[in-house]
Design a binder for this molecule. Structure first.
Ligand SMILES: Cc1cc2nc3c(=O)[nH]c(=O)nc-3n(C[C@H](O)[C@H](O)[C@H](O)COP(=O)(O)OP(=O)(O)OC[C@H]3O[C@@H](n4cnc5c(N)ncnc54)[C@H](O)[C@@H]3O)c2cc1C
Length: 451
């Protein structure tokens, strides 16, 4: 059939999932990935497991192609944030209603599973194919192979799922008036581990996302099926009292952890070694437009890499696949340009909104969650949602436990914020919060929505 050869560059989470979706549509999909096959044991990243929070939008995209049952055994539910203060005391802040959870899953295992499924579906897998150049007008790609060989491949359609440093986006920048903005934030991150206890058990509550918020920086931990936790330390690179630049030896590491994360420190026997063995990575936000040129399209991080503080980058990329699939169902593949146009039009306002919310949420995670006033604010919002589930939906719930458009969630969240700012400005709110007039708050939000 004409128009049916699809090449996807990048076999990360989004490229692999998209490959399955498109092959199931009867298209002829080839995946090109610069890294070696991650299913090959010798290529697994030694001792390091990065994990992700999978939430409703991600599950919905998996459901559509029947993958929920295959993924679920690898996913651990986290029902809320467990906040660790500087004295080792913890408190629990639920994410939503009872049984609403986000799920911790190892990125490596998840990617492995999706690549396996893509292969079973009939997707042609090409590992160690580094895409160097793309001619968009001819839809040709030039790859270099590990032995130095150069190969040219032609395809009806090219989709760039090759992440924040996309080669397709580079090619588009040279050939069209593509606007592009990238921003590194001041903080970087490092992965560390809390191993299982000597008895082989989880060292902390496994059904929570643990946070040590410390104002300008924080540590988080997500559970793994092997009963360890993967921790991520977010610190400024430089210019602050506590920053990566000022941690240079064993005693610096121990001093920072003893001072700020003492309860975690006691659970991290390999801390110093891991701190110096594991890389310090940067965090980037990428925005660009347009996302298409002729029969080439960007998807996932390639067009909207975001900071990880709302746990939505992958979920949003999965939602991209779901939406693109729906548009192919509606418009067919005789005009890819039309499908791609519709895709970027519907998606761009939503990815802009979630990128902004991800940046905003950094302040909430590293700072506000430890503020008693913030905790009361969240309790009032939870009660409002319980009493008026349709009229008041907390922002976190709209983003994480629903599939409403990110841009609608953002707009509604802004209105709710204004109303809650007024409620919280009462100087006696900390004493009187049990007596707030919920009906009055609802009528305020209803009025705000009409204006
Ligand atoms: C610390 C951290 C924590 C995160 N936590 C979460 C979370 O909890 N929940 C969530 O939803 N999201 C999270 N994210 C975001 C998530 O990781 C990304 O949004 C997601 O991985 C994007 O997938 P992708 O397939 O678009 O890009 P990538 O994962 O970057 O994959 C791109 C693939 O393309 C390949 N490639 C690149 N260039 C070429 C080339 N020239 N030729 C061939 N192949 C190429 C790469 O090797 C790679 O395999 C987090 C991100 C970070 C940094």
């Amino acid at each position: 059939m004409k128009n049916n050869d699809v090449s996807i560059i990048g076999a990360g989470l989004i490229g692999s999932l998209l490959g399955i979706y498109l092959q199931k549509k009867g298209l002829n999909v080839s995946l090109y990935e610069k890294r070696p096959d991650l299913r090959d044991k010798k290529n697994a990243t030694e001792g390091r497991s990065i994990n992700m929070a999978l939430s409703d939008r991600g599950w919905k995209a998996l459901d559509k192609i029947g993958l929920r049952e295959k993924v679920a055994p690898f996913a651990i539910p986290m029902y809320g944030r467990r906040i660790h203060d500087e004295h080792g005391e913890t408190s629990f802040l639920p994410y939503g209603k009872e049984n609403q959870a986000i799920y911790s899953i190892s990125r490596g295992k998840f990617n492995h599973l999706l690549v396996d499924e893509a292969e079973k579906e009939g997707v042609k897998l090409n590992f160690e194919y580094f895409c160097e150049e793309i001619d968009i007008s001819k839809t040709t790609m030039n790859f270099s192979l590990p032995n130095g060989e150069k190969l040219e491949k032609q395809s009806d359609v090219i989709i760039g799922a090759d992440g924040a440093y996309s080669s397709l986006r580079d090619a588009m920048q040279k050939q069209t008036r593509l606007n592009y903005k990238q921003e590194y934030i001041s903080h970087g991150y490092k992965e560390l581990t809390i191993p299982p206890t000597a008895e082989g058990e989880f060292a902390m509550d496994p059904n929570a996302l643990h946070i040590w918020p410390r104002g300008m920086f924080m540590l988080i931990a997500l559970p793994n099926p092997d009963k360890s936790f993967t921790c991520t330390l977010f610190l400024p690179f430089d210019g602050a009292k506590v920053c990566f630049d000022k941690i240079n030896d064993k005693s610096d590491v121990e001093s920072v952890f003893r001072t700020f994360f003492d309860d975690a420190f006691l659970l991290m026997p390999n801390l110093v070694q891991e701190f110096f063995d594991n890389p310090t990575s940067s965090l980037i936000n990428v925005e660009c437009f347009p996302w298409l040129m002729n029969k080439s399209l960007l998807i996932g991080d390639a067009c909207h890499a975001m900071v990880p503080f709302f746990g939505q980058g992958m979920n949003c990329g999965f939602e991209d696949c779901y939406i693109l699939d729906g548009l192919i169902e509606k418009y067919g593949t005789t005009s890819w340009e039309l499908v791609f146009e519709k895709f970027q039009k519907v998606r761009k306002p939503d990815t802009d909104a979630i990128s902004q919310m991800a940046r905003d949420n950094f302040i909430e995670m590293r700072d506000s969650v430890s503020n008693p006033k913030f905790i009361i604010r969240k309790r009032i919002e939870a009660k409002l949602h319980e009493l008026h589930p349709k009229e008041w939906i907390p922002l976190y719930t709209m983003v994480t436990f629903s599939d409403m458009k990110y841009s609608d969630a953002y707009a509604q969240g802004q209105l709710q914020n204004e109303v809650m700012d007024k409620v919280m400005s009462d100087p006696l709110i900390m004493q009187n919060w049990h007596e707030v007039n919920y009906e009055d708050i609802i009528s305020q939000i209803e009025t705000a929505k009409m204006v």
